[in-house]
Ligand binder design. Structure first.
Ligand code: AMP
Length: 299
């Protein structure tokens, strides 16, 4: 187990112009882990309630995700309700019920304490920090967050961000966090908070990677049919981080490839609701789409 993630496990109710699901499997840690599991072993630290179906647990196990850090507590699983209108790049949060996350104190199992790569998926920044403090000497720490936490817990979030190597957030969040509209200025500001590498996700426009010495830009894979963008950001992070954990590198070339693997994983996820597409996705399909990215971008 090279990669440890803490984040949400959720029952998501989502509506898009192409359909809807009620209490479907979701959550930042779930999308992230399933995506990363194509590249490396993943251990998950999170909490579920009594209502979380064993079928979902079995699906996660079938992806070889280590669930020794997943606790089942009394109460209900975290729930998120969201809607996308014709602009699929923007999720409208209709409701967030923290439920069992409200009193959750993460305990990193002994077996995970030597993990070399840590991903702090979107969740309360206090929980992110708590997990970070329990892991001994990670080689690489990466973090995600969202507007909800930028607004609700800005000081705690800054404390977490200060301590990570890479921050992955979407364009709106980068602007909100840095209070800069221009993304180069946003990077400069965010890198002064701590992380020297920043990935800015731009939904269907792709992703930008900023390091102190370069900027790399990747398009999103052009798709004819996008049903549900939920989890695209987490799947991106899963492909990105999973690849870095596997390649054991973080040099510029590796980071660029990681961005493409992130884009590949996100592109599959949006083809169906919840984790529908990732239930059938094969590693061959992942590699095939990675290759077709080369044709898209080389000239
Ligand atoms: P993404 O579309 O990749 O940004 O992430 C979507 C996932 O984030 C959904 O499956 C939700 O369950 C989860 N989510 C939404 N709001 C929160 C929140 N405040 N904290 C943790 N996870 C959340």
């Amino acid at each position: 187990m090279d990669l440890l993630v803490v984040g949400s496990v959720a029952l998501d109710s989502v509506e898009t112009p192409y359909g809807r699901v009620e209490k479907a499997l979701g959550g930042s840690a779930v999308y992230f882990s399933v995506s990363a599991s194509y590249f490396t072993g993943v251990g998950m630290v999170a909490v579920i309630g009594q209502d979380f179906s064993e079928d979902y647990v079995d699906f996660l196990k079938s992806r070889n995700i280590d669930l020794r850090g997943l606790k089942r507590e009394h109460g209900l699983t975290f729930q998120w309700r969201g809607r996308y209108d014709s602009d699929l790049n923007e999720a409208k949060t209709l409701d967030t019920q923290l439920n069992v996350f409200e009193d959750f104190r993460p305990l990193v199992p002994d077996e995970y304490q030597e993990a070399s790569v840590i991903f702090l998926a979107n969740i309360d920044p206090e929980l992110q920090l708590n997990v970070l403090e329990q892991v001994k000497h990670p080689r690489l720490t990466i973090c995600d967050t969202m507007n909800f936490w930028i607004e609700k817990k800005p000081d705690q979030l800054k404390e977490t961000i200060e301590r990570v190597d890479i921050l992955i957030i979407n364009e709106g969040e980068a602007r909100q966090l840095s209070r800069e509209y221009n993304l180069i200025k946003a990077y400069q500001k965010i890198s002064s908070y701590g992380p020297k590498t920043l990935v800015i996700k731009q939904g269907s426009y792709g992703a930008l990677l900023f390091t102190p010495s370069s900027i790399f830009s990747a398009p999103a894979y052009p798709l004819e049919s996008v049903l549900d963008p939920t989890g695209a950001g987490d799947c991106f992070a899963g492909g990105f981080t999973g690849y870095l954990a596997k390649s054991q590198g973080s040099a510029e070339k590796e980071l660029n490839k990681a961005v493409i693997y992130g884009s590949v994983m996100a592109s599959f996820n949006v083809e169906d609701f919840s984790l529908g597409r990732l239930r059938t996705l094969t590693l061959d399909e992942v590699e095939e789409r990675f290759e077709s990215f080369k044709g898209l971008t080389q000239f």
